[in-house]
Design a protein around this ligand. Structure first.
Ligand SMILES: C[S@@+](CC[C@H](N)C(=O)[O-])C[C@H]1O[C@@H](n2cnc3c(N)ncnc32)[C@H](O)[C@@H]1O
Length: 262
């Protein structure tokens, strides 16, 4: 899978892409991250990429010309259905415009990133991510270039680069072959709609705290049921609203009824 990242600060990506799983995914050809410096597409001697906001106020706004030039220069304009109409990112569809390559604007105003959106993006072979800086983007970038807008949380970062890295990391680990354990992502918190069960490793006893005996028992059926119940319990305690959308068996429902009763 290829990510084209448009940024004013490509250096921010260097270290995260050179470590651990992302590094391995790149080395094995499962991940390609192409960094495009928006400044390289700005015209004039000073290659200006930002300007004062119309109407006054503090801060600078990212100019549309270099961002359009960068994205169109790399992706072309052919298959992106430019000009079909305005879009409102909303919380559902990736886009209401034609696009074979999602062009994602990182913005605190976008739809809130979650595992479902990571899964949506993982269906693509190529995704473009545009990182903002300063006060953000000239609105015409949002209206006429981006096909999706993603926020990684209800807080404001200084720039979109860390948000882009979060998206790359969450999406690429869903691609077959990226995780060492092929089933690793399926039990993760949020993958099944529940928070994941607790993990333990050696030693069996640490400072007097024992790992649950059932995990050492070798009885796989019992371990599976224990883990499922722990996941249900944890979700019920910490994020009960997730249970409304989780896929639950009759056994799960009975367990939850018992919890509520107790
Ligand atoms: C200081 S922020 C601009 C915030 C903007 N003035 C607003 O209130 O919506 C600069 C850039 O950081 C990125 N950014 C900040 N918070 C983000 C978040 N929660 N999710 C994704 N990107 C974010 C965006 O690319 C944004 O253009």
């Amino acid at each position: 899978m290829r990510f084209d990242v448009f940024t004013l600060f490509p250096g921010i990506f260097e270290s995260p892409l050179k470590e651990s799983m992302l590094k391995r995914a790149i080395e094995s050809g499962l991940l390609e991250v192409q960094l495009h410096n928006i400044r390289d597409y700005a015209e004039g001697r000073h290659q200006v990429t930002d300007d004062y906001p119309y109407g006054g106020g503090g801060g600078m706004v990212m100019k549309p010309e270099p961002v359009f030039a960068a994205v169109e220069g790399v992706l072309g304009t052919g298959d992106r259905g430019l000009g079909i109409g305005d879009q409102d990112a909303g919380q559902s569809a990736i886009s209401n415009r034609q696009s074979t390559i999602p062009i994602v604007l990182l913005t605190p105003q976008g739809r809130l990133f979650n595992q479902q959106i990571a899964l949506e993006l993982a269906q693509y072979d190529r995704v473009a991510l545009i990182c903002g800086r300063y006060e953000g983007f000239d609105e015409r970038i949002r209206e006429h270039l981006a096909t999706d807008e993603i926020s990684i949380g209800d807080y404001v970062l200084t720039g979109g680069e860390l948000a882009a890295l979060v998206v790359v990391d969450a999406v690429i680990r869903l691609k077959p072959g990226v995780l060492g354990d092929p089933t690793g992502a399926s039990d993760d918190s949020h993958a099944s709609g529940l928070l994941e069960y607790p993990h333990y490793t050696r030693p069996p006893e640490f400072r007097g705290w024992r790992a649950p005996e059932i995990l050492l028992s070798g009885d796989h059926a019992k371990v599976d049921r224990w883990r499922r119940e722990q996941a249900l319990l944890r979700t019920w305690r910490r994020r009960p609203e997730l249970l409304d959308r989780a896929e639950l068996s009759e056994l799960d429902r009975a367990f939850l009824r018992q919890l509520a009763h107790e």
